[in-house]
Design a protein around this ligand. Structure first.
Ligand code: C2E
Ligand code: CA
Ligand code: CA
Length: 683
């Protein structure tokens, strides 16, 4: 395309020539004429005619040349305007010169094509909704066409601007990247360039664009032209961002999710290697399931949101909170040491503890936290997480609502637990678990009132293991179910064998674990089992601890206790006095008997406090109309004191140790069995 300077170059020499002819030739002719006239003083001399003729020819030539110059100037001007993009211009047909005619025709032809191409551009951009641009190296300007108003808010069909117009509208956060890649393309040998970036609309907002272009180079590979188009991809970007948000964030709390947690943990591990120690905190809301179950899922969601907000607040900019799923949260803390990590955990527990309105209740959110230090407690993300989990588990085992820093011993303890679980499962399947039975006797007459089933693990070598060695198995839902299944299988069989011999005790008591009591159909299971076995519910007793009734699962367990009691099953409160029993609360539950814990009985002879507690429990039993049973009676003195205090039933080594079912059959069948009673001592 012709540039302005090129047009000037054509124009000037012609003008000079015209001036030369128009001024120079007549002037020269006049000089000659004057000289000749003064010297010869002759009129109508033929030479004068020649001179005048020459002057006339000179002037005519000058005029003619000026005419050409004018036409060329016009042509140049048109070309100039054409170069500026006014493609609708046409050169007037001239009859003067073949060359000019041809030039005009060629120009008009080009103009038509350009117009064609531009209307194609316009059509394409209208069809695609894009903005089309063309950059020219010579002028470093860009011609913009297409959907300028829709995309940029520029109310023009087409305009030209220098390239800074574009540069300064690219989002500051994208500018460096885009410009870097652009100059790399310019300086390289590739033709294609493509980039996604935000571009400022006239209204000040930014929209996402996909910009791509093709670069034309000269023979030396220098860029000459660059043509491309910009597509508005804001909607697509939004959809992508939404997908990204969904894939990386938890919808409920808006916190980044487990996936992000893992990748950031990897980064933290890397950074820690580069001497920037950090910490990982795993946080588990205590008894979240209860809130969900008793107050409903909406309440559960509220609690999760409350906890997430409080965690975020208390961590501030020291770290990031993630929701790992369910009621589990993770926190990654950078640049931390042991002391700070524990302090932080403590402050978090404190922040969580403020009462919060959840559903229509006030609840006190509590959590357990497991902490590992990076890199001290793990070489990689997996190891760190496992160890944080161990610390969390240890916190739960120690009674929750606390923060526990990982200790390598936890691993050994866990390994032991896992091995134990496998062993218990195997032993149950092999029938190595069965209950032994301990009689509950009348303190006054020594008559057997009932028996309590106490689980035993009989090893192959005949050794007996008491529940102390396998109590943790009751925390595992699967094993709790397996063990209770085995227990029922045995007690049904044993009860029938005593019954057949006509010596069955008036009732049989079993202990149930919290895990079992929490099974949704625990009560129905028990009642069905009794019905199928033909054992009247009135001859069956369930022993529960007060923490089961008053603790965090109280609502659900209480429900089942009521069902069982309504069906006629006796309910006994075990280990009474060791928990935080609120006596008024106890009235909410249908309890038939209270078992005074062994710890009071053991010290009853020497310790006045124990005496006072025992007396109080007996008094309570009397007032509420509940049977009171003393556990762990080992000496006649204890028995005497209890009897004197008004206790009517007891259980303990003094009367009988727990024994296998066949031994109990013998015990119950023996009319001469020796049972300690104060009377027999006296007699
Ligand atoms: P518990 O229900 O308080 O049972 C009484 C415990 O005291 C039994 O321990 C019993 O052997 C022991 N004992 C009875 N008389 C005396 C005595 O005079 N002196 C002493 N020092 N101890 C006496 P065991 O059998 O080791 O059971 C321990 C605990 O294991 C039980 O305490 C009960 O909570 C739990 N348990 C036992 N069997 C089962 C079961 O089948 N299911 C569940 N969930 N828990 C069980
Ligand atoms: Ca018991
Ligand atoms: Ca007990």
């Amino acid at each position: 395309m012709l540039s302005r300077r090129r047009a000037k170059q054509i124009e000037l020499p012609l003008r000079r020539l015209a001036i030369l002819f128009a001024v120079g030739v007549p002037a020269l002719a006049s000089v000659f004429a004057a000289l000749y006239l003064t010297s010869a003083a002759q009129a109508a001399d033929p030479l004068a005619i020649v001179i005048f003729a020459t002057a006339a020819v000179g002037i005519a030539a000058a005029l003619f040349i000026r005419g050409i110059a004018q036409q060329l100037t016009d042509t140049a001007e048109l070309l100039r305007r054409f170069a500026r993009g006014e493609s609708y211009l046409r050169l007037e047909d001239t009859q003067r010169f073949r060359e000019l005619r041809l030039t005009a025709a060629a120009f008009n032809d080009i103009a038509d094509r350009v117009e064609d191409r531009e209307s194609q551009f316009a059509l394409v951009s209208e069809a695609t909704g894009d903005v089309i641009w063309e950059w020219r190296a010579k002028t470093d300007t860009v011609v913009w066409t297409g959907e300028l108003y829709k995309l940029f808010g520029v109310a023009r069909d087409r305009f030209e601007a220098d390239s800074t117009w574009w540069h300064e509208r690219v989002h500051p956060q994208d500018r460096e990247r885009v410009e870097e890649r652009l100059s790399a393309t310019m300086e390289g040998t590739h033709r294609r360039w493509s980039e996604e970036y935000r571009f400022r609309h006239e209204d000040g907002s930014y929209r996402w664009f996909w910009d791509r272009g093709i670069l034309m180079r000269d023979l030396k590979d220098k860029p000459v032209r660059f043509i491309g188009c910009m597509t508005d991809i804001s909607a697509q970007r939004q959809a992508e961002e939404r997908i990204w948000q969904l894939a990386n964030h938890d919808e409920l709390t808006g916190l980044p999710n487990r996936k992000v947690f893992h990748s950031e943990l990897n980064a933290l591990t890397e950074a820690a290697r580069a001497d920037a120690p950090g910490a990982v905190l795993l946080i588990d809301i205590d008894h979240f399931k209860d809130v969900n179950d008793s107050l409903g899922h909406a309440a559960g969601d509220t609690l999760l949101r409350t906890v997430s907000a409080r965690l975020k607040d208390s961590i501030g900019d020291r770290g990031t909170v993630f929701r790992l799923g369910g009621d589990e949260f993770g926190i990654l803390v950078t640049r931390f040491d042991r002391r700070q990590a524990s302090e932080l955990a403590r402050s978090m527990l404190g922040a969580l503890r403020d009462p919060a309105v959840v559903g229509d209740r006030m609840v006190t959110p509590r959590a357990t936290i497991g902490i590992v230090l990076v890199p001290d407690h793990g070489a990689n993300a997996d190891e760190l997480l496992q160890n944080a989990d161990l610390a969390l588990y240890e916190g739960k085992r120690r009674g929750r609502h606390q923060a526990v820093l990982f200790d390598p011993h936890f691993r050994a303890a866990l390994d032991q637990r896992i091995a134990l679980m496998a062993e218990v499962r195997q032993a149950v399947l092999e029938g190595r678990f069965r209950p032994h039975y301990q009689p509950i006797v009348s303190l006054r007459t020594g008559a057997v009132q009932g028996v309590e089933a106490l689980m035993r693990w009989e090893l192959a070598d005949g050794t007996l293991r008491t529940p102390a060695s396998f109590l943790s198995a009751y925390d595992d839902p699967e094993l709790a179910l397996l063990l209770s299944g085995r227990l029922f299988e045995c007690i049904v069989k044993d009860f029938h064998s005593w019954d057949a011999a006509g010596v069955a005790p008036s009732y049989l008591a079993i202990n149930i674990s919290t895990t079992f009591a929490r099974f949704p159909n625990a009560a129905e299971r028990i009642l069905t089992c009794l019905a199928e076995a033909g054992i009247p519910p009135s001859r069956f007793c369930i022993e529960l601890t007060e923490t089961m009734l008053l603790g965090e699962h109280s609502e659900r367990i209480g429900e089942k206790v009521r069902t069982l009691h309504a069906a006629g099953v006796r309910i006994a409160l075990d280990d009474f006095g060791t928990g935080y029993a609120s006596l008024t609360h106890l009235q909410k539950f249908p309890v038939d008997a209270i078992k005074i814990d062994q710890s009071f009985v053991r010290s009853i002879v020497s310790d006045t406090d124990s005496q006072a507690i025992t007396a109080a429990v007996l008094e309570l039993g009397r007032r509420l109309g509940k049977e009171v049973i003393a556990e762990g009676v080992e000496t006649p003195e204890q028995a005497e004191l209890l009897r004197a205090a008004g206790c009517r039933q007891a259980q303990g080594f003094l009367y009988a140790r727990p024994m296998p079912p066949e031994a109990l059959l013998e015990f119950l069948s023996d009319p001469h069995r020796v049972i300690y009673t104060p009377k027999s001592k006296a007699g």
